[in-house]
Design a protein around this ligand. Structure first.
Ligand code: HGY
Ligand code: MN
Ligand code: MN
Length: 407
């Protein structure tokens, strides 16, 4: 089914923003009913743009636009369709809809390159539901960790069961893996999620590297007790102990340049206002571009938190739930992106990415490159996320220039 009634990019972004588990915000999680609706919508748009579309074994949605030579490897372009909790409209989604419009422009001109192009909407980049990121891109790259099938969401549903209820077969995930000979490059358009392009006064930039990250789930255990009867000096308060650890995350990250540490979630299990907390669980997200520094900071933080808990006679246990090394983008792709920037009259400005992206996982399969698009005040992972239409158009122009000259 093909037709020229493809919605424009802004309309697509607004349509996808409505597919949310929240009535007044955007949250679209892996293998949710909203994920299913988003895949169906994107599949229709891909077909309208002249592609053959299908959903793969992990729930990615993939469109293919054939080239003039059938046996050449494809260039894959896209990003992710899942979101964080209470997200902005553009993180991930922008890269998918711009890629679809790229193909639609070629299709309208009846233009094909020698090589095929595939557009992909990854199923889970954020890891919001199961605390494990890049599930869609790792499946495509052939690096999916099958032990993560046992991970459970906040309702206790395992990834295995969530896949089955979505109509997918976990033991078929290996079929989503692509061969290096079939994909010659992966290019991702994504909002910068930082203030640099706005500071430079330019609409787009070229990513040089993607910062590595490590994530922990930390449990601090103390002694639950009566808030009215236990004197302060006799308490093992798991929440106060956890709070000292949370402040230590910030203190240690501040000490090391180009290192950031974040505690995004904290829960007091069985919390009540008149109960001294017996157990607190919180997350740590630690990032530094330099892998050595990140490992050093990680060990320093763990020993400091152990010292703090010992002092309060509480117990601390850590579970590493995600680790991704820093990834450098392909010099071959960066060079061709620089040419595409120049040809489309943009300054080929290079910058690193503090955020993680599917391109980091796809680097295990093929050469990767990223085009960053300016976003207002660098705000992201926030409903205030905003991108201007002219800047989106710049991204589309640059991507088309890149494909025109790709070799
Ligand atoms: O957390 C990140 O860097 C990305 O948004 N998943
Ligand atoms: Mn994100
Ligand atoms: Mn993203």
């Amino acid at each position: 089914m093909t037709s020229s009634t493809l919605p424009n990019i802004s309309e697509m972004i607004c349509r996808l923003a409505q597919l949310s588990e929240l009535s007044n915000g955007i949250t679209r999680q892996f293998l949710s009913s909203e994920h299913r609706e988003a895949n169906a919508l994107v599949c229709r748009w891909m077909e309208m743009a002249g592609m053959r579309a299908h959903q793969d074994a992990i729930g990615n949605i993939i469109g293919r636009y054939e080239g003039l030579e059938t046996d050449l490897p494809a260039v894959m372009i896209g990003s992710h369709l899942d979101t964080v909790v209470n997200a902005g409209k553009f993180d991930g989604i922008l890269g998918v809809v711009v890629a679809i419009h790229c193909i639609s422009a070629l299709y309208k001109e009846k233009k094909r390159y020698r090589f095929p192009i595939e557009v992909i909407g990854f199923a889970d980049e954020e890891g919001t539901r199961f605390q494990s990121t890049y599930l869609g891109s790792k499946a495509v790259a052939g690096t999916f960790d099958f032990t993560s099938l046992g991970r459970r969401d906040v309702n206790g549903t395992s990834m295995q069961d969530a896949l089955l209820s979505f109509g997918l077969e976990p033991d078929k995930i290996k079929n989503a893996a692509r061969k290096p000979k079939d994909i010659s490059a992966y290019i991702e358009i994504h909002i910068e999620q930082g203030p640099v392009l706005e500071e430079q006064g330019i609409p787009a930039g070229i990513v040089t590297e993607i910062t590595g990250a490590v994530r922990f789930q930390v449990t601090v255990t103390g002694t639950a007790g009566h808030a009215g009867t236990v004197p302060i000096h006799l308490r093992n308060d798991a929440l106060v102990s956890a709070c000292e650890c949370v402040l230590m995350v910030e203190e240690i990250a501040r000490k090391h340049p180009k290192t950031v540490g974040t505690v995004g979630q904290i829960t007091v299990t069985a919390g009540a206002s008149n109960v001294i907390p017996g157990e607190t669980v919180f997350t740590i997200d630690l990032r530094a571009a330099d892998n050595e520094i990140r490992h050093k900071v990680e060990h320093e933080l763990i020993s400091e938190m152990q010292r703090l808990c010992q002092k309060r006679q509480t117990k601390i246990s850590l579970k590493k739930v995600h680790e991704a090394p820093s990834v450098t983008c392909s010099p071959r792709i960066i060079n061709q992106l620089q040419n595409a920037f120049t040809k489309s009259k943009h300054k080929p400005y290079c910058l690193p990415s503090g955020a993680g992206h599917d391109a980091a996982a796809m680097a295990d399969l093929t050469d990767v490159g990223m085009i960053f698009i300016r976003c207002k005040e660098g705000v992201s992972h926030n409903p205030a996320e905003s991108v201007s239409e002219p800047d989106i158009q710049s991204g589309l122009d640059i991507l088309l220039e890149f494909l025109n000259a790709y070799d």
